[in-house]
Every structure is written in C-alpha cells, then in structure tokens.
Ligand binder design. Structure first.
Ligand code: SAM
Ligand code: SF4
Length: 474
C-alpha cells in the first residue's frame, strides 16, 4: 500500500458536496416564526428534512426559537426512540498512521506518540477486561497503515468474537478505520461486523485540504467522501458518517452531514445507520485553532438540529464530552453512548484513572466507569440497552425496519433492552446500580400494553435471574 494518494482511487466518485450552495443557504436571512413552526411541525411527523429546511433552523438567532428547537428535539426523541440508550466501548487496536491529520496525536509527523499495535493476545486481554465490566458491543479503532489491512481487521474481529469470559461475550463489533476499497470491505464484511464508520472530518473542501496534507492518503477528499458508497457497493449496508466539529463552521458541517445522508439514501436506498459529531479535543502536540471551536450552547443546537433533520438515524455521543454535557444533550435525541471508555492502547486491561497522552489520540472528558454511567442513566429514567439482536437477525440496511414497522420498538427493542439490562444487573452491576435497575425494569414492564408479550418478557427475565441462560433476544 503506497502512502501517496492515488488519484485513480477516487475516479468515478461523485462529489455531492457543493460548498457554495451550502454557504449560500447559511447566508439567507433568519427565518420568521411561521417558517420555523412549519419545519418543526414537519419533523414531528417523522419526515426527514431537506437541506434548505435544516439551514432555516441553523439560521435562527432568537434564543426563544432555539428553545423551541430543543423542545421539539426532546419530543421527537421520546416519540421515535423512547427512553432507550444503547451502550458501547471503543477499543483502539493500533496507532501507526501514514497520514498527517493536523488535529490528531497519531499523525505521522508526531515523534512523541508511543506507537503500538495490539497483538492477538493483547486484544484478548482487552476484550476480557471489557467483558468483565459487562460490555457487549464494541467499536474497533485503527490508524491508517499497511499493517491494518482488511485481513488484519477481519482477524481482529474474529479474535474479539471468540474471546469469552464467563458469561461475558462481545456480540457486536463495529469498525472505525481508514476507508477501504470494495474488495477490502468485502473481507471485513465477511468477518461479521456491525457498522463501518468513516468520518469525513470536514466537508468543506479548502478546510479539508488544510488539515490533510496533499501528499497523504487521506489528502484525497473524494476518495474519503466516496468511502461509504464503496462500502455499500461491497454489501455493507450498515454505515456510519460523521464530522469532526471545530475545524470549520459547525452549521456548514451539519448541512453537509444531512446532504451526505440524503445522497446515500437516494443512491443505495439506505441512509446512514448512525451519525457521529465529535468535538475536537486537546491532543499531544496539537495546537487547536480557536476560530471554529464549538461552544457548549452551539453543541446543543447542533445535536438538536441533527435529531430533527434525520429522525431515524442513530446519533452517537462519546466520552470526549464531559458528564455534564452528556447528560444535557442526551435528551435531545442521542441514541448511543460509550461508557467506561479508555482510548490509550491497552487501557482496559491496565485500567488507571489517569490519561496517558503519549498513548492516546486525544483527551477524553468522561472517565467514569460503565457502572457509574449505567446508574446515572437509570436514575435519569433512561433504559440502558446492550441489545445486538437486529444485525444478528439480518435486520440491517433496507431490511432494518426498526421504525417502519408499527410497534417494532415496543415489541422488540424494549423487551431486548430489558433482558440485556437484567443480564448486566445480575452479572456485573454494583449493588447500588442493581437496586435502581430492578425498579426501572419493573416500571418498564408495566408499560408493555400486550399482556402476552409482557408475560413472555417476565418469563425470560426470570430465566436470566434463576439460571445461566443468556442472550435471549426477540
Ligand atoms: N484513522 C482512521 C481515520 O482517520 O479515519 C480512524 C479514525 S480515528 C482513529 C477516529 C476519529 O477520531 C477520526 O475520524 C476523527 O474524527 C477523530 N479525532 C481525531 N483527532 C481528534 C481530536 N483531536 N479530538 C477529537 N476527535 C478526534
Ligand atoms: Fe491517522 Fe486517523 Fe489520526 Fe488521521 S485521524 S492521523 S488518519 S489516526
């Protein structure tokens, strides 16, 4: 694999991001009250918004309108997702990298970072540590390097699935790695992955060029923009997009994420499964450019607007954010969070409470344990879920009917959240978390309207409590 961009790689790819069009939409005057109400009313009918409608929300300057947006996002989140929050953990496998992204500690020009790739034995040790804490879903993260070939990624996925620890097992492995070619995606797909994520970082062409030197693989904007289209063509219908917020105007990036989602939907009949919106953090040897740093207030606007724009797309919030911010924006429509996160190589099997800048990509702000996060979620009346049923039953892509089938959430997602939460409470939780967890299970059970289903769920919960039966998904 050459370190240089090969222009042939992006041949035939379509550049569907028109900077001038998106900037022009953001320069229009702020919308009047009627226009805002119309857009919000449309999103409450659970229809995806157009780019122009999202731009209208982003042009609102009146704090009262922002409040209206926050409140509508909260309502939509309750209507579509209920109170479930899915939990996962990132696992960094290797930090060698041939790119030179100016915001990242792993960039090749950084001599101070300690480079490492986990061996199979290291991966097993990390996974066992994650399983001991109760995790069931992880995302494997890689730098871009010839070492991290599709075959290497696939082997790592197999190692993760094969590693068991008592009742512990990882049931879903997602990937965040460099874009692959179609043949590479096929190899990784066959290993049984969940979502393949690639973040565009910034969709703004000139800014992209500034942060990703032209003499690197990642310097090819179009190859990266086309990454998840290639994944779709290779048969991966579960993809995650994202932008790194803080490189350019956050409102532009939100519009571009929406544009990207619409493009995938139109082109492949399946939109992205998830959108990630990491805010840039301090990293070893990185001088943050203050100009586009996103304030906490704008971050709230960003999350709420995305929720309204793409009602059926999962939104992922990570431990880059502090517990306080996480707690606040969860209500606007986040569907997945990581917890108990360590991002330094080997950080789970050698867990400490300190971060180690020479071994991590950036600083995180939420170092709490999974158990502490679980307890807070439950006390705030969320229903934590480790459910992995859909992708294991082939319910992905256009077959992913979670929202299209009436009663899907009620009949499948909530029961699966309850059984996976019960597993956690029995096998891993602290007494304090178990005490609040049992109560929320009782409350949620009573909300299941059909007596027969309620009985069936109760029976499975008893099975989990009284026997070694696990993984009883609907
Ligand atoms: N190396 C692969 C790539 O760049 O696509 C894998 C992803 S990288 C290990 C994971 C993501 O972390 C990047 O896509 C980027 O959005 C994010 N990231 C990089 N530097 C960051 C920083 N200083 N603060 C927050 N997020 C950062
Ligand atoms: Fe490498 Fe990814 Fe970091 Fe860029 S963001 S330097 S590609 S690890």
């Amino acid at each position: 694999m050459s370190t240089l961009p090969d222009m042939a790689l992006s041949a035939g790819a379509s550049d569907f991001i028109d900077d001038a069009k998106l900037c022009a939409l953001l320069k229009l005057p702020p919308p009047d009250a009627a226009e805002v109400s119309d857009v919000l009313a449309k999103s409450l009918t659970k229809q995806p918004l157009t780019v122009a409608e999202v731009a209208a929300l982003l042009r609102c300057t009146d704090p009262a309108q922002h409040e209206q947006i926050f409140e509508t996002a909260r309502q939509l989140k309750r209507d579509v997702y209920g109170n479930r929050i899915v939990l996962f953990a990132p696992l960094y496998v290797g930090n060698h990298c041939m790119n030179d992204c100016q915001y990242c500690a792993f960039r090749r020009s950084n001599p101070d970072v300690e480079r490492q790739s986990l061996t199979d034995a290291d991966v097993r040790a990390e996974v066992e540590a994650l399983e001991r804490e109760g995790h069931k879903r992880i995302i494997l993260v890689f730098g871009e390097h010839p070492q991290y070939s599709p075959e290497f990624i696939a082997r790592t996925v197999h190692t993760v699935y094969e590693t068991r620890n008592g009742q512990g097992e990882i049931r879903r492995v997602n990937i965040n790695a460099a874009p692959l070619d179609e043949a590479g995606y096929k190899v990784v797909h066959q290993a049984g992955i969940g979502t393949f994520q690639v973040f565009q970082e910034t969709y703004h062409h000139a800014t992209y060029a500034r942060y990703h030197p032209a003499n690197t693989r990642k310097g090819d904007y179009l190859y990266r923009l086309d990454a998840l289209s290639r994944a779709q063509r290779a048969g991966i219908d579960d993809v995650g997009i994202g932008a790194l917020f803080g490189l350019y105007d956050w409102r532009f990036e939100v519009l571009a994420l929406v544009e990207h989602g619409l493009y995938l939907q139109q082109r492949f009949g399946v939109g992205p499964h998830t959108i990630s919106f990491p805010r840039i953090q301090q990293a070893l040897g990185v001088d943050l450019d203050e100009q586009y740093i996103v304030s906490d207030y704008d971050f709230k606007r960003l999350v709420a607007t995305l929720r309204l724009a793409v009602p059926y797309t999962g939104l992922i919030l990570t431990a880059r954010e502090s517990p306080e911010i996480r707690r606040e924006v969860l209500g606007f429509g986040v569907s997945q969070i990581d917890a108990g996160t360590r991002i330094e190589l080997g950080g789970y099997s050698r867990r400490t409470n300190a971060q180690c800048p020479v071994r991590e990509q950036f600083r995180i702000a939420d170092m709490r344990s999974l158990d502490d996060v679980m307890r807070e979620l439950i006390e705030d009346e969320y229903l934590p879920s480790f459910c992995t049923a859909c992708y294991r039953l082939g319910r992905t892509g256009e077959h992913f009917m979670e929202f299209a089938i009436p009663g899907f959430i009620q009949n499948l997602c909530t029961p699966n959240a309850l059984t996976t939460l019960m597993e956690y409470l029995i096998d891993y939780a602290s007494p304090a978390t178990r005490a609040v967890g049992v109560k929320i299970i009782e409350r949620e059970l009573e909300k299941i309207p059909q007596a027969a289903l309620r009985e069936k769920v109760k029976q499975r919960l008893r099975q989990i409590q009284e026997t070694d039966a696990r993984d009883l998904y609907f």
